[in-house]
Design a protein around this ligand. Structure first.
Ligand SMILES: [Zn+2]
Ligand SMILES: [Zn+2]
Ligand SMILES: [Zn+2]
Length: 97
């Protein structure tokens, strides 16, 4: 499951800090990101500038090095305090996707 889950690359529009999250969710049937995440410095909500599938399109694995820019770590701790989805009460539970 988890067909609407994506991996997102974020950059704060204010301080330019970059971060990544494996807990980006799009509206069913679209590629529209539903929830942003807060920059931990600026406390402003940012949406990812780049979104990619959780699974590699080449080998189907979640964690691989087929593509050189790919550095997905789905087990990386999720900052629920910065995630608008978690804060909306729909907790991003890794055991549930
Ligand atoms: Zn910032
Ligand atoms: Zn791969
Ligand atoms: Zn979350």
């Amino acid at each position: 499951m988890g067909g609407n889950r994506r991996y997102g690359h974020f950059q704060c529009s204010s301080c330019r800090q970059k971060w990544e999250s494996s807990h980006v969710y799009v509206k069913k049937g679209t590629e529209k990101v539903e929830y942003g995440q807060e920059c931990k410095r600026c406390k402003i909500v940012c949406f990812p500038y780049q979104v990619e599938p959780i699974r590699c399109s080449l080998c189907g694995q979640t964690d691989c090095d087929c593509q050189k820019d790919r550095h997905i770590d789905p087990t990386k701790a999720h900052r629920a305090d910065l995630c608008m989805r978690c804060r909306a009460g729909k907790h991003c539970d890794t055991r549930n996707w």
